[in-house]
Design a protein around this ligand. Structure first.
Ligand code: MEV
Length: 438
């Protein structure tokens, strides 16, 4: 095991690589070569990437792919996806094509409100706190004027500040629960800057609020931070078609529709299934969120909290059959930005947004929700018909062959062979060894 290191961040990149290669790897020379192999050949581009985070020693590649033929509200999109899992892009593309032939996806924004909170401790009379809040609210708003000015010019800003009594959960615990409209920005920095100023102003105003006792004046700020739980920053995406249009080679249309609805209902009722069902949705969502330079951890946290909002973790998608029509939809909270953050910095993020015709945040929310719905359609469709492994393992075949060290001719031969054979780890290994021994 390596020993602690002092001042690692102050070392040059070469020194950092030297340290890590010598202290943490068995083959320092190979490690250095590998890390350098993943550097961008243009030093300017490499510097840009180095400076995204701290202690950068190389780049970590993910495939950047396109799922074409997404028709959303009548517009056609080629959707960029960054993801490592084989079969996700193929499934998205297949789903997009399927729905393209059936009118495409419809999507609508239900809300765009973001949330942030100042958490504080107040030991005193609650009515006096309420009176204080009424008198302090204009001062709170005034104190962030310089931060909100530009956002307000564009039509956004602070929607509301509410005083919340949370003493039923924690003694003396209260909040400023604040809501924001951040337009095309994800808004994390904007929100956090406003909240930190609110906290400061709250404390200052309490000190000069005459009706407070000495103890009451001493409001204790615990923290000020945005919430990634954004149930009112919500988008809905849906598809529908008559049952007869659900033609599926693997199963009669009605049987397929009924099984599909049943599978979704199982995910609604059963948390073990719901988690995997939603994971499949996140395959689509995360891939587009990542390709467009958005914060996928924030999206993940918010989406899963939303999936549990009724007290039990449940499916994000819904399906029903009504008057011979199959309907399938998703409602999902997505706090996304198409300006700020990485959007103008990372060349591939810029390109991804350009490919999507430089969408507004609202348009991106719709595209991302559709990607999630499409992914879920593909997964559930496979699950209730052929099973997931058939398609999944086919897509994984090249990874397995690369792992076995197959050359290009062997890969070609084996991909051809497995066109009508079941792909499993064992069958691929066996077929590879058979070819090798010839
Ligand atoms: C695999 O990444 C995702 C699935 O498990 C999703 C699902 O089961 O619905 C196929």
């Amino acid at each position: 095991m390596n020993t602690p290191v002092e001042g690692f961040s102050k070392l040059t990149k070469t020194q950092k690589i030297d340290w890590i290669a010598t202290n943490c790897t068995k083959n320092p020379k190979g490690t250095k070569q590998l890390l350098e192999q993943y550097w961008n050949t243009d030093p300017k581009v490499q510097k840009l990437h180095d400076e995204f985070i701290e202690n950068t020693i190389s780049n970590y590649y993910l495939p950047f792919a396109i799922a074409p033929n997404f028709k959303i509200n009548g517009e056609l999109y080629a959707v960029p996806m960054a993801i490592e899992e084989s079969s996700v892009v193929a499934a998205a593309s297949k789903s997009a094509k399927f729905w393209l032939e059936r009118g495409g996806f419809k999507a609508e924004i239900i809300g765009t409100e973001k949330v942030g909170q100042v958490h504080f401790i107040y030991k005193g009379d609650k009515e006096r706190l309420s009176n204080f809040f009424v008198s302090a609210k204009p001062e709170l708003l005034k104190s962030v004027a310089s931060i909100t000015q530009n956002m307000e010019k564009r039509g956004g800003g602070i929607n509301n500040i509410e005083l919340r009594d949370v003493t039923d959960k924690i003694e003396d615990y209260h909040q400023l629960h604040c809501t924001f409209e951040t337009l095309d920005a994800m808004g994390a920095n904007f929100i956090n800057s406003c909240l930190e100023q609110f906290a400061k102003t709250l404390k200052e105003q309490a000190l000069v609020f005459d009706a407070f006792t000495k103890e009451e004046k001493n409001i204790e700020i615990v923290m000020s931070i945005l919430s990634n739980y954004v149930p009112d920053c919500l988008v809905k995406a849906e598809v529908s078609c008559s049952i007869s249009d659900l033609g599926n080679a693997d199963m009669p249309a009605m049987e397929f529709a009924e099984k599909f609805v049943q599978a979704v209902n199982i995910a609604k009722a059963e948390p073990y299934r719901a988690v995997t069902h939603n994971k499949g949705i996140m395959n689509g969502i995360d891939a587009v969120v990542l390709a467009t330079g958005n914060d996928f951890r924030a999206v993940e946290a918010g989406v899963h909290a939303f999936a549990a909002k009724d007290g039990q973790y449940s499916s994000l998608t819904h399906a029903k059959i009504e008057d011979g029509v199959f309907k399938f939809w998703i409602e999902v909270p997505l706090a996304l930005g198409t300006v700020g953050g990485l959007t103008t910095l990372h060349p591939l993020v810029k390109l991804a947004l350009e490919i999507l015709q430089n969408p507004s945040a609202k348009e991106l929310m719709q595209i991302v929700a559709v990607a999630g719905l499409a992914q879920n359609f593909a997964a559930v469709r496979s699950l209730v018909t052929t099973g997931i492994q058939k398609g999944h393992m086919k897509m994984h075949l090249l990874n397995m062959l690369n792992q076995l060290g197959a050359n290009e001719t062997e890969k070609k031969q084996l991909v051809n062979y497995f066109k009508d054979q079941t792909v499993t780890n064992a069958s691929v290994k066996e077929a590879f060894e058979r070819i090798k021994s010839k």
